[in-house]
Write a protein that binds this ligand. Structure first.
Ligand code: FAD
Length: 915
């Protein structure tokens, strides 16, 4: 068994030792006997906190790091890939050089990398939480181009996996594009006077510095000659195998079939399953180093795509193969908006097939191209081939034996004289990094039957869809009925109906939006028909330009002229912490070093709404090594019932959990891992109560409100409606939104025996209320409580009131145990318990005359406040006062009611003047 090496950017050597999961740093001491395989956790333990944990699902890019490895020892060729650290198992980095944001430059050493300088100085950071990820995506693009510069398009593509919530993408992309070789091509407006400048002028001044080579972190010599070997690593709760030969892999899978092991390539799906199914013991077999799974070959009759080829490699190969080949083009088109750069860099085509997601964007193309899968297994060296269309059995179910391995995908190439067309389409909620609501691939084989009239007959067809059923599905009946028909508009019209008959969605169909999905399916068909007809040069009355592609984005801001005497006001200043943001040196709560003796908490949340707690069983949880205490309402030294603006809330549920996500208690352990483990073992029994009210309409039926109706009015509304020439009335619903700050809530509370002081570290927009409530709950005077809010990684109103009860719960634990306690929420917990913006129902009636002038307005509004009031009354007042918007209504009546439901409390941030 091997000893594995990987270098981290500050020069220490990470070593995963033989059969034992440990990390050894260069001075030879064992660094840590880690209990998890999480890469994010690893470098945080090393003190490399620049890489942020935003979503933990590869969806936000805040944890982007660059990994490089030598892929050809003879030529010394190095492959660079940006990846999401949150999805990378630490064992998978064997032989890789990892560069995190700290490796690029530091304000301390005054050696900032040009990517860090430009993003900082060109206003590309605000809360700064996403910025290290942005820096790494940019550094990854300039690095992977070796000695040349990327294009603007390369740069935009490199950012497709990075979310920003507050800065906005314009300054980020502007700053990044100063590294583009073609930035001069941008069509921009020159500033109109010498004293007026534009943001673009400033960008150009940086772009002119590109004559110097961009500094790159050297790939360590030690890794240049590294030869991968088979690995077996055993941790306390997992095993990691990495075979390097197909036979070895087949044997391993045979030894550990079915659930006894899990094959893993990019881990983009496996990690998700591990987290959400809360699997704590597992045996992973990494298949990244099997040659046969890496192959890409083209023969006269088919394409061979190894199951372990990443989407990034596949894309560059398809570009080389693509001689107007319809399959290659269709797949390339789909991959343009498939996941993100970071995901495409690690995820494999085989992983996508085996995952068998009903909304996969890739599988419809493979199915339309009649792909054949090659599966291997140990019994009698068996190799099996199966058509992809027979492989999918149902939602995430495939026809694979317990010990089988998908080795390759064969795509047959068309050789007849007929014409073949294959095209793919996708409509997603977000253009990049999101699966399609519906995706489709259409393939037809056409035979010319009349040269004069340019008539074509359909010889065969395959129409395959994602998002229309519980699995990737072909419209088999439609396909058959089309055979022999002419390729005409009339056929198209018939096909619309055939498809709807064959894919009969209704309001109960999983995935919702059934009419929209059906319309998408038909629209894609129309696009395909238009494309093919254009290619065939058939005349089309209503053909559309389907080749429409958006160019690189660009915007510019004019920095106006200022009086000579005015030095600061009106000048563009970078964020005060901009360099700290781009170096990852800006400290958020989760990044703070733990004090000696720190304990870690995990939440016990109600899984029921409106339910009386009958019994809490912590027996199993208390057996977890490192378990320290269970903390609930009985431990509150002051008042469990809060006061002031949160007076209808408790720190911990004392009797009735009003909503799913209500905090019943905390499990406190010596490590975060133990706390999570133990919290999953706490069992709570409930008595369910009635009614359970979730929607505004439910609340209206049950007359469930906070306070009385509030109203505003002026003029004589009743009279105006009697006299009005026209009246329009309707009801509209506005959904609530997640505030979506990139930094999930995180808390640290440090008690002290010195004058009974308590230090709270939290990210809130309302630190004074936090201080007052902490004093009240802990039974101390306000001057004992110090509330530290250094910076917040985004808030948008979501961190005004909702973090407070969670911080108070942490404080109760810290006081009970007289030790520092930390509580970090992961993204899904944060989203599910911290409330949203308020959903509204609005019933309106408007009077207007023949000229279209508004005369009077009568409105009834209801908001969904959730289970406690929070700032909901003020939000309603705000809604009432702002309802007129920019219109002047002489006759106006508005009523508002705040509905009380069994959802987590919705919230917002209101400006001071509204208080
Ligand atoms: P892994 O997670 O390593 O494995 C997935 C499954 O396949 C596991 O069950 C594993 O045991 C099995 N497996 C893997 N290889 C083999 C093999 N050779 N033989 C047998 N079993 C095997 N998908 C889309 O279609 N469109 C999108 O736009 C999209 N966007 C995404 C965005 C994000 C942020 C993420 C996280 C995923 C997205 N996906 C999307 C899904 C993604 O494409 C798949 O998760 C990915 O292709 C799986 O590949 P992997 O190598 O990571 O598989």
């Amino acid at each position: 068994m091997a000893t594995l090496y990987a270098n981290d950017p500050i020069g220490r050597t990470l070593c995963l030792a033989n059969g034992n999961y440990g990390m050894v740093i260069q001075n030879g001491g064992v660094y840590n006997q880690a209990s998890d395989i999480d890469f994010n956790g690893y470098y945080t333990e090393l003190g490399l906190t620049g890489t942020k944990l935003g979503c933990g699902e590869g969806g936000c890019g805040a944890c982007t790091v660059l990994i490089s490895r030598c892929i050809d020892r003879d030529s010394g060729e190095i492959e660079h890939r940006t990846i999401n650290a949150c999805l990378a198992p630490v064992c998978s980095i064997d032989g890789c050089h990892i560069v995190t944001v700290e490796g690029l430059g530091s304000t301390n050493k005054s050696n900032l990398h040009s990517t860090q300088i430009r993003l900082a100085e060109l206003f590309a950071s605000q809360c700064g939480f996403c910025t290290p990820g942005m820096v790494m995506s940019l550094y990854g693009t300039v690095t992977s181009k070796n000695d040349s510069l990327p294009t603007m398009e390369d740069i935009e593509e490199a950012f497709d996996g990075n979310l920003c919530r507050c800065t906005g993408y314009r300054p980020i992309l502007d700053a990044a594009k100063t590294f583009a070789c073609d930035i001069q091509k941008l069509d921009y407006q020159k500033s109109s006077s010498p004293r007026t400048s534009t943001t673009f002028d400033k960008c150009l001044s940086y772009a002119h510095q590109n004559t110097q080579p961009i500094n790159q972190i050297k790939f360590p010599n030690k890794l240049q000659d590294y030869v991968p070997q088979s690995i077996h690593i055993k941790g306390s709760s997992f095993e990691w195998y990495r075979p390097i030969a197909l036979n070895e892999l087949i044997h391993l899978r045979h030894t550990y079939p079915g659930n006894q092991s899990k094959l893993v390539f990019g881990n983009t799906r496996v990690e998700f399953e591990r987290k959400y199914n809360k699997i704590n013991n597992f045996r992973l077999i990494s298949i990244t180093h099997i040659k046969e799974l890496q192959e890409l070959k083209r023969t006269k009759n088919s394409l061979y795509i190894g199951a372990g080829v990443t989407f990034t490699r596949l894309k560059s190969q398809l570009i080389q193969w693509n001689n107007d080949d319809s399959f290659c083009q269709a797949l390339l088109d789909q991959m343009k908006h498939f996941a993100s750069t970071q995901i495409r860099n690690v995820a494999s085509i085989g992983g996508n097939i085996i995952t068998a997601a009903p909304d996969s964007d890739i599988n419809p193309i493979l199915e339309a191209a009649d792909a054949i899968l090659e599966l291997h297994r140990a019994d009698n060296e068996k190799v099996r081939q199966i058509h992809l269309c027979d492989f999918f059995l149902g939602n995430r179910r495939v026809s694979i034996a317990d010990n089988e391995i998908l080795v390759a995908i064969h795509i047959p190439l068309e050789n007849s004289s007929n014409k073949y067309f294959l095209r793919s389409y996708k409509q997603a909620r977000r253009r990049d990094d999101s699966k399609g609501i519906v995706s489709a691939a259409f393939k037809v084989e056409l035979e010319k039957i009349d040269s004069i009239d340019n008539q074509w007959k359909i010889v065969s067809a395959c129409f395959s869809f994602g998002g229309m059923a519980s699995k990737t599905i072909s419209a088999i009946n439609t396909q058959q009925q089309l055979i022999g028909l002419l390729w005409t508009k009339q056929t198209l019209n018939q096909t619309y109906d055939m498809l709807i008959k064959e894919m009969p969605l209704n309001e109960l169909s999983p995935g919702g939006q059934y009419q929209y999905r059906q319309t998408l399916m038909q629209s894609f068909l129309f696009k395909f028909y238009s494309y093919v007809s254009n290619e065939l040069r058939q005349s089309l009355i209503d053909s559309i330009d389907i080749s429409c592609r958006r160019g690189v984005s660009h915007g510019q801001q004019t920095i106006p002229e200022r009086p000579v005497t005015q030095k600061i006001v009106g000048s563009s200043l970078s964020h005060r912490s901009a360099y700290l943001h781009t170096t990852g040196e800006a400290i958020y709560i989760d990044d703070m070093l733990s004090h000696v003796n720190t304990l870690y908490a995990a939440l016990i949340l109600s899984t029921q709404a409106n339910a009386r707690i009958k019994h809490i069983d912590i027996e199993q949880a208390s057996k977890v090594p490192g378990f320290v205490s269970f903390v609930n309402y009985t431990d509150v030294p002051g008042s469990n019932q809060l006061s002031g603006i949160l007076s209808d809330e408790e720190v911990f549920v004392s009797s009735i959990a009003l909503c799913v996500g209500a905090v019943i208690g905390l499990v406190v352990c010596e490590s975060e891992h133990a706390a999570k483990l133990a919290s999953n073992l706490v069992k709570v029994e409930y008595d369910l109560l009635l009614p359970r009210i979730f929607s505004i309409d439910d609340a209206i039926i049950h007359q469930s409100y906070f306070g009385d109706e509030i109203s505003l009015g002026k003029g004589d509304v009743d009279q105006i409606f009697l006299e009005a020439e026209h009246i329009l009335e309707d009801t509209l619903y506005i959904g609530g939104q997640e505030h979506f700050y990139l930094e999930p809530n995180s808390f640290m509370v440090i008690p002290s025996n010195d004058d009974k002081e308590i230090n709270l570290y939290l990210g809130t927009q309302d630190s004074s209320t936090a201080q007052e409530l902490a004093a009240f709950v802990l039974g101390r005077s306000v001057n004992c409580i110090t509330c530290h809010v250094k910076r917040i990684g985004g808030a948008f109103g979501g961190k005004s009131k909702r973090p407070l009860p969670l911080c108070l719960a942490t404080a109760v634990a810290a006081v009970k145990l007289n030790r520092p306690v930390r509580l970090n929420l992961d993204r899904s917990t944060d989203i599910s318990i911290t409330g949203h913006r308020h959903p509204f129902k609005i019933k309106y009636k408007i009077a207007f005359n023949n000229e279209g002038r508004f005369l009077g307005l009568d409105i009834q509004m209801w908001s969904n406040a959730g289970c406690t009031l929070d700032v909901s009354k003020r939000v309603m007042e705000h809604a009432l006062l702002h309802m007129g918007n920019s219109y002047q209504f002489s006759n106006l009546r508005v009523h508002g009611r705040v509905c009380k439901t069994h959802l987590s409390s919705n919230t917002g941030l209101l400006h001071k003047y509204m208080r």
